[in-house]
Write a protein that binds this ligand. Sequence first.
Ligand SMILES: Nc1ncnc2c1ncn2[C@@H]1O[C@H](COP(=O)(O)OP(=O)(O)O)[C@@H](O)[C@H]1O
Ligand SMILES: [Mg+2]
Length: 395
Amino acid sequence: MPENKINLILIGADELSLEKQQSILSYSGDIKSQLFCSKTLIDLIAKHTQDEHSIVIINLSADGLKELQFLNNVDDKKASVIIIGDQKNVDLLSLAIRAGVKDFIDVKDYEHKLDGVFCNIKKNITHAYNKNNVKRLNAIINAKGGSGASFIASNVAYVLAQECGLRVALVDLDLQFGSLGLNFDKIPKYPLTEALNVINDLDSISLEAYMSKYNENLSLLLPSPSDILLPGEINVAHLKKLLELLQINYSQIVVDLPRLIDPVSSMIMEQADQITLVLQQSLVQFRDGRRLIQILNKDLDIPLDKIAIVVNRYDPKNSLRIEDLKNIVKHDQVYTIANDFEHVASASNLGVPLCESSASTKIAHDLKQLARNLGQIKLQHEQKSLLRRIKRLLF
Ligand SMILES: Nc1ncnc2c1ncn2[C@@H]1O[C@H](COP(=O)(O)OP(=O)(O)O)[C@@H](O)[C@H]1O
Ligand SMILES: [Mg+2]
């Protein structure tokens, strides 16, 4: 996430106020500000609250309640929102809190307050996702080939890197049939197996030569598309060392595992903070899921709370319901990802993750939710301090 490019969007019905606010904040050289003046703010709110890495200041009009109601209903807001309005109006305040705004400044007070509020939010914004975040290792495995584990691993890694601004390493450990690189149109220059062969000579910096960089934050560690490794050919201790080196440079590691219980996958699952089992909505796959959970829990001693289930290609009209799955597998940490052949096929043809090519689809929304949960991303809202201040105002 480029730290020096924060978009400041000022929205309101009165051009003079907007200009005044812009000039208050103009000292800040590392922002790009734009004014949008209109009698009806709804369309502007819809458009600009989706902007990543933006701070949006909304000057409520006489229709403030409607505007906040609309803001509350905007799905997947990415911008940080500051409201300028009548702070004495309790309905406005409580709606603003519900809508997840960062701050509410009284319209009579903004000349004194705007500067400080804006600076605080700006300071926090680039690190907002990182603050509470520790190093995480996520392992993703399917209950049956073709369930979508690689597709999901690719998008989870992409979202953690792109949307959450974390350094992410995505590792394809399907050393026989791995095709994760295709999701990013990448073929490794130096494959994972070569890194393992020279692991004792590597450090976290030289390991970077083996990473295929997709963007500033996301790098892939891929097997060779031509040399197939047989199970047992990987030295588990070498792989463990490689993970340790990756953890120096990356705060999130996502491993795409083949459906194989062997020393390699057992070691990864033991090390993982979370294991996600991907299956589809059929009785056979639900039963396979139950077996795999039993193996993980009973044979590998992995606690159940470290295991999550993703029902991929989920169709709410299917007679098999999530409740059935929970009963069959006896596990209730379940996520769903929509079925969307068209957008998945288009992303695959383009060689980019779906969350990049079709960011505003339902399936992308599901994938983002999943990524935030698996990455344990806690959005650092200023909600608490805002709530505290509002309580002080009201009581
Ligand atoms: N939610 C989905 N909707 C539509 N197609 C999907 C979905 N998830 C995965 N696919 C497609 O299913 C196929 C198998 O996915 P893949 O990730 O390779 O499975 P696995 O790694 O479990 O073998 C791929 O062609 C992928 O693009
Ligand atoms: Mg796969």
